[in-house]
Design a protein around this ligand. Structure first.
Ligand SMILES: *[C@@H]1O[C@H](CO)[C@@H](O)[C@H](O)[C@H]1NC(C)=O
Ligand SMILES: *[C@@H]1O[C@H](CO)[C@@H](O)[C@H](O)[C@H]1NC(C)=O
Length: 249
């Protein structure tokens, strides 16, 4: 008889109050290392109602990329409750170390349908220009090719560091290796290694050779866990027309 394996997409958003078992909307970094924001100065943090939610990426002083599902929970989230933090290493120190911005508006990719896992990318316009110091806050360039296969790329974020629900205070980063996605044409995949993203890492960067190649999105999981599972990043190259249309970058 055939053994039927049901794959679950575990979205990597951090939403402790409301997370459903089926869709875990928070990626995090498993088996990563502590890093200082000066090593990944394009990394941003998104909060909702003052609570840590997701990662995001600085692509210019006026434009931020994230995963669409970071802005959605039973409907699109009120922009007035979302904040963007730049220049943060320790989550608990975000008000002291970092710079906080509000959201003027955001644009969700038109293909985004939560249950179909398409178009999971969004552009956020901050309420004022993000101050760039080229040290703790620095935009990253967009990839001009897909980098879908065989690249050692750096993922980072404040997501879960294990399957027991441990959230780190310090920013984490880990290298993953990109592999072709079989089902998800709009994504970059990675094999299931011991390291990689988990809940809370959604919306964060995947970077190769100083280029943003992906936005952290989900785990493809057979048990709802993160370790050893394949992962999905929305491809920045695949969505280049969307990004260009709304950022001119
Ligand atoms: C990050 O590095 C900078 C420069 O070395 C240092 O001033 C800062 O304290 C570091 N932050 C943390 C949280 O370790
Ligand atoms: C940051 O780097 C950019 C590009 O090299 C430069 O134009 C800008 O003046 C720099 N800003 C600061 C504050 O150093």
């Amino acid at each position: 008889m055939f053994k039927i394996v049901i794959l679950t997409l575990v979205l990597l958003v951090f939403a402790p109050e409301n997370s459903s078992r089926r869709l875990i909307l928070q990626p995090t970094i498993i088996n990563g290392d502590n890093v200082n924001i000066t090593e990944v100065p394009y990394q941003l943090m998104l909060t909702y109602n003052k609570q840590f939610q997701c990662g995001a990426v600085l692509i210019s002083s006026k434009h931020v990329l994230t995963a669409a599902h970071c802005l959605y929970q039973n409907g699109f989230r009120s922009k007035s409750k979302i904040n963007i933090f730049a220049g943060v290493t320790k989550k608990s120190q975000r008000y002291e170390e970092g710079h906080m911005y509000g959201v003027k508006t955001y644009i969700i990719n038109a293909l985004f349908i939560l249950t179909q896992y398409k178009g999971d990318i969004a552009v956020i316009y901050p309420d004022k220009k993000i101050i760039i110091d080229n040290y703790t806050v620095k935009p990253i360039a967009l990839a001009k090719q897909s980098y879908r296969s065989g690249y050692e790329a750096l993922a980072s974020g404040w997501g879960l560091v294990d399957d027991q629900g441990t959230l780190p205070d310090n920013l984490q980063a880990a290298y993953i290796k990109t592999t072709p996605c079989i089902v998800f044409r709009d994504s970059i995949c990675s094999e299931g290694y011991l390291n990689g993203i988990c809940k809370g890492d959604s919306g964060g960067p995947l970077v190769y050779n100083n280029k943003l190649i992906g936005i952290a999105r989900a785990k493809i999981s057979i048990d709802g866990k993160c370790a050893l599972q394949s992962e999905l990043y929305s491809s920045v190259y695949y969505y280049r027309d969307f990004i260009k249309r709304y950022t001119r970058l």
